[in-house]
Write a protein that binds this ligand. Structure first.
Ligand code: SAH
Length: 239
């Protein structure tokens, strides 16, 4: 009797496993990722008030799932940050869009990013700007991002492994600076490396009480406006 049951159930189990496998494969098809990206832009980004066409089209274009570990690919277009290894995270899509929009970028701009991480934010910037300079302190992450960005065909992004607190003197001044890890105070070298009239967006403060601020350099002085409370990984300082 028991054997007979197995005889009936075994094909059903095999079929359902095959179906499940096929569904997973379909979920990960380029077509489905494109749909998920479109939904992400509509629901998470446009609906929350992002209007800059260049930002929206970059967010529609850059394949975010390629920047996350394979086990998180099917969550790549969700409304949350995701782990990228080494205790670091790729930011929530809305925050990426918001930080990019407030910098008021266009195809003439040279941008410095501190905290390359997965390379996703750098790719979004590279779609809009003339050139992107990005610094990552964790060697493995920086090298992995550099390789992926080059495979994806980005020729206007330069990656450096180092302490972003110091900025990147060889390429000063920058039209805009974006910091994706949170220092306790705004690093003076970054203020110095911003061009007159330039903008910097940066999360500042303790681990669970940071504020995203926009700084504008006017006649050599820094004007500060608060945007929203945020939660970024802390900026690592080399001793
Ligand atoms: N922009 C990234 C998000 C990265 S999370 C993305 O799109 O995926 C923040 C990153 O900042 C981490 O990778 C972390 O290693 C890096 N970081 C922390 N302190 C840093 C420092 N002093 N200089 C450069 N990078 C730093």
């Amino acid at each position: 009797m028991k054997n007979k049951r197995i005889f009936y159930f075994l094909p059903i189990m095999v079929l359902s496993l095959l179906f499940d496998f096929q569904c997973k494969a379909e979920n990960k098809s380029p077509q489905n990722f494109k749909k998920a990206r479109e939904r992400m832009v509509k629901i998470q980004i446009e609906a929350r008030g992002i209007t800059d066409k260049k930002v929206l089209s970059a967010m529609r274009k850059v394949e975010r799932h390629r920047f996350v570990p394979p086990e998180y690919q099917d969550q790549a277009y969700g409304d949350f940050p995701l782990p990228i290894g080494m205790g670091q995270t790729i930011s929530q899509p809305y925050i990426v869009a918001l930080m990019t929009e407030v910098l008021d970028l266009d195809s003439t701009k040279k941008v410095l990013e501190i905290g390359t991480g997965s390379g996703y934010q750098a790719a979004v910037l590279a779609e809009i700007c003339d050139s992107v300079y990005t610094i990552e302190i964790i060697d493995i992450l920086g090298k992995r991002a550099e390789k992926l960005l080059s495979i994806m065909g980005y020729t206007n992004i330069k990656v450096k492994i180092g302490d972003g607190y110091q900025g990147w003197k060889e390429y000063v001044p920058f039209d805009a600076i974006i910091v994706t890890c949170a220092p306790l105070q705004i690093p003076q070298p970054l203020k110095d490396q911003l061009i007159e009239g330039g903008k910097m967006v940066i999360p500042v403060g303790m681990r669970f009480a940071q504020e995203l601020v926009l700084l504008t350099k006017i006649k050599g002085k820094i004007r500060k406006t608060s945007i929203i409370p945020v939660r970024f990984v802390p900026m690592i300082r080399k001793r």
